[in-house]
Design a protein around this ligand. Structure first.
Ligand code: SAM
Length: 253
C-alpha cells in the first residue's frame, strides 16, 4: 500500500516512519510512504501556502493552488483521498479496516484554520475527524490514520494479536497482567494462573463486557442489537445488567 502525504512539514513524519512497526512494514515492502511538500507547488518567491480567509476572521488557511498542485502531481484518480478535519466523520476501527483494502491513499494535512473549501469540492476527500477536539495540524491525525491502517496489513503484526483487540468483537479489551504475580500487594487474578483455557476465555469475555458497560455503553448497545453476536455474549450482558440493577446500577450510570 502506498501513502502520499501532502504536508507543509515533511520532517514531522521522521520519528513516525522510524517507529518499529512502521519501519518494518516499509522495509518488508508492505508499505511505501511518500511525503509531498506543498511548498514545492507555490509560484511566489516566498513559497507561501497560506492566506487570509475571505469574509474576515482570525487566522490563515491553506491556499487551494499549492494543495491542488501537490494533488495533481500524483496520480490521484481512483485513489482514496482523506482530509483529516475536526468537522469530518468520526474515525473508527471499521473505517480503518475499509481503508486497509485500498492500494493507494492520499492524506491532505491541514494547518492554521484549515484549507480552502474548493479543495474539498474539487477532489471529494473523505473528511475524517480523529476525535472531538482540535489539534494544530493534520500531521498527527495523518499518523493516527496511517498507523491504524498499517497494523492491519498482512505481515505487519501477528493476526492473533489483532483478533483479541478492542473493537474487534464490538467490545473493549479485558485487563491484562504480566510478572510479578504480586505487585504492591495486588495479585494477578487466580484464573489467569490456572492454565485452564476455557475458564480464562470466559473470565476475559466477562471482564471485556464489564469494561465496555463502564466505559462505552454506546458500543454495548450496538453489540446487543447485532444479530450475529453470540448468545453467550448476550447472556453475560444480561446477567451483568441484572446483577447491577439489583445493586442500584443501571447502564446509563
Ligand atoms: N478551524 C478548524 C475548525 O474549527 O474546524 C480547525 C483547524 S485545526 C487548528 C488545523 C488542522 O488540524 C485542520 O485543518 C486539520 O487538518 C487538523 N485537525 C485538527 N483537529 C483535528 C481532528 N480532531 N481530527 C482530524 N484533523 C484535525
Amino acid at each position: 500500500m502506498i501513502f502520499n502525504i501532502i504536508t507543509l512539514f515533511p520532517e514531522f513524519f521522521k520519528g513516525f516512519i522510524e517507529n518499529t512497526i512502521i519501519s518494518r512494514a516499509v522495509r518488508k515492502g508492505i508499505v511505501g510512504i511518500n511525503l509531498i511538500n506543498c511548498r514545492d507547488f507555490t509560484e511566489d518567491r516566498y513559497k507561501s501556502c497560506d492566506d487570509y480567509t475571505y469574509g474576515g476572521g482570525a487566522g490563515m488557511i491553506l491556499r487551494a493552488g499549492p494543495l491542488a498542485g501537490a494533488l495533481d502531481s500524483i496520480q490521484v484518480k481512483g485513489n482514496k483521498i482523506i482530509y483529516p478535519t475536526p468537522s469530518g466523520r468520526l474515525y473508527t476501527q471499521e473505517r480503518a479496516k475499509e481503508y486497509s483494502k485500498e492500494e493507494c491513499i492520499v492524506i491532505i494535512c491541514g494547518r492554521y484554520e484549515g484549507i480552502d473549501q474548493r479543495i474539498v469540492d474539487l477532489y471529494s476527500p473523505d473528511e475524517i475527524s480523529i476525535g472531538d477536539y482540535i489539534i494544530s495540524g493534520g500531521e498527527p491525525a495523518a499518523c493516527v490514520i496511517m498507523d491504524s491502517i498499517i497494523r492491519l496489513l498482512k505481515g505487519v503484526i501477528k493476526e492473533e494479536s489483532l483478533r483479541e483487540e478492542s473493537f474487534n468483537n464490538g467490545l473493549l479489551e479485558y485487563p491484562q497482567y504480566t510478572r510479578p504475580e504480586i505487585f504492591k500487594g495486588l495479585r494477578v487474578p487466580a484464573v489467569l494462573l490456572s492454565g485452564h483455557h476455557e475458564n480464562i476465555r470466559k473470565w476475559r469475555l466477562k471482564k471485556s463486557i464489564e469494561k465496555t458497560i463502564m466505559m462505552r455503553p454506546d458500543l454495548l448497545d450496538q453489540v446487543i442489537d447485532d444479530s450475529e453476536v453470540s448468545s453467550e455474549i448476550k447472556e453475560i450482558v444480561n446477567n451483568i445488567i441484572e446483577e447491577g440493577e439489583e445493586n442500584g446500577f443501571n447502564k446509563s450510570n
